[in-house]
Write a protein that binds this ligand. Structure first.
Ligand SMILES: C[S@@+](CC[C@H](N)C(=O)[O-])C[C@H]1O[C@@H](n2cnc3c(N)ncnc32)[C@H](O)[C@@H]1O
Length: 256
């Protein structure tokens, strides 16, 4: 068994996270530069370090998850969500069950809430937001962001839903109240059901084909007929019909 394979086994036992379902070359490169920084010679030594030191474990989790996000990421897609997809969903159902999966530090679910508020009172908006990493969930709950995270936010939305605090922007309480954050591992945990809208963006790129296949199939089962899966702008699904999905617009898939 290679040093890395043993590491994968140990991490799975210790944290429940299965690194074998993430693309190997990419993950190995990231983790190798991290263990070298910590003066370890190989993955065996590195596992000893993260096992015995909580801050090193946190650093490892932080590196393996990649948390970059921003509000209204790929702005044009959010226009389609606002102008086409949400009105279509509201024709089917007055209330929408929405999930932001792999939500990172909260920019995505808060953007969903802001867009949905164009169509219904904000107090009626309810979004489930989940991520594997408890650290990013805690940051998301605080809701404080640097200017660069807001570069795609329309000016009127910025004015309405943020307060400026020095160099940072604070998401207003009324928006925060519409989002419920929970820890959830897309590779392990059960998915709910009856969702009208699932947004899962910029995480599938890290998974193996086998893992992606399982996740898309789980999302399709979790959606209502007519429900929509919104994916990242490099994550087009090859043959969506395999999962009982069809393309509704670029990067939007409808459950048949
Ligand atoms: C690059 S961020 C994407 C954030 C946001 N969706 C966006 O598009 O801006 C990827 C997120 O996926 C999360 N992630 C990685 N593996 C995961 C898993 N197995 N289950 C749930 N979330 C995971 C990471 O913790 C990270 O916050």
């Amino acid at each position: 068994m290679s040093d890395y394979t043993q590491f994968i086994d140990n991490v799975k036992k210790k944290t429940g996270i299965d690194l074998s379902l993430y693309k190997e070359a990419q993950m190995k490169r990231r983790l190798t530069s991290l263990y070298e920084k910590r003066k370890c010679r190989d993955f065996t030594e590195y596992f000893e370090l993260i096992r015995s030191d909580r801050s090193m474990m946190d650093e490892f989790l932080d590196r393996m998850t990649i948390n970059v996000s921003e509000f209204y990421r790929n702005g044009q897609r959010w226009e389609v969500l606002d102008k086409k997809i949400i009105p279509q969903l509201l024709k089917q159902s007055k209330t929408l069950k929405c999930w932001s999966a792999a939500c990172s530090t909260g920019e995505e679910p808060y953007s969903m809430s802001m867009v949905l508020s164009n169509h219904m009172p904000l107090r009626e908006v309810s979004i489930l937001a989940t991520d594997l990493d408890q650290g990013v969930i805690e940051k998301a709950k605080v809701g404080l962001y640097p200017d660069r995270s807001l570069k795609e936010v329309p000016a009127d939305v910025k004015k309405k839903y943020f307060t400026q605090e020095g160099q940072f922007y604070q998401v207003k309480e009324e928006v925060k109240r519409s989002v419920t954050f929970k820890k959830h591992n897309l590779l392990e945990d059960s998915y709910g059901s009856g969702f009208d809208l699932i947004v899962c963006r910029n995480v599938m790129i890290y998974f193996t084909e086998e893992a992606k296949d399982q996740i898309y199939s789980n999302f399709a089962k979790a959606l209502k007929p007519g429900g929509i899966l919104f994916v990242g702008s490099t994550e087009q699904i090859f043959s969506p019909d395999r999962y009982g999905l069809e393309s509704e617009d670029t990067f939007f898939y409808k459950k048949l």
